[in-house]
Design a protein. Sequence first.
Length: 161
Amino acid sequence: MALLAGGAVTLAGCSAAPPPEITFFADGEAATAVPLMYCDALMRSCEQGGDAATLKVRPGKPVQISVPTAIAETPWLVNVQYVNADGEVQPVKQEVFTTGDRLAYTITPDSPDDQLIVVEIQQLSGAYAANQQDEPLLDESGQPQLVVRGVWSLQIDPVAA
């Protein structure tokens, strides 16, 4: 009986770590997002189905992002969309981080009347060939092709200023 219990503990210890979570902060509140989609480092196993986080944010107010080391150590990017004072959806703005040391980022609207509506984080990974050598796929310039490994989303619930 003790042998079976020890085997169960050993198996439990070998289970994969859960996908990383990202925390968003705005207007004194915080929300944690699980990935909408997340793949292993070699892009062989992917899971989908997480929900976007939501926060209430007033026009002109910033949103802070905190990512765990597992994301910060890889290339990652932030996509931001907002509407201007006239309610017109503006083009997506993107910021890319590749140095491996960025654990946080603050999004500040361009104008006090701009309303953030969506913040999306993407973790990038090198694409690997589907062969036994697990060699990276290279682009025309010899650089590894980057693909989206994970996606986290914050949907903003606008509130009056």
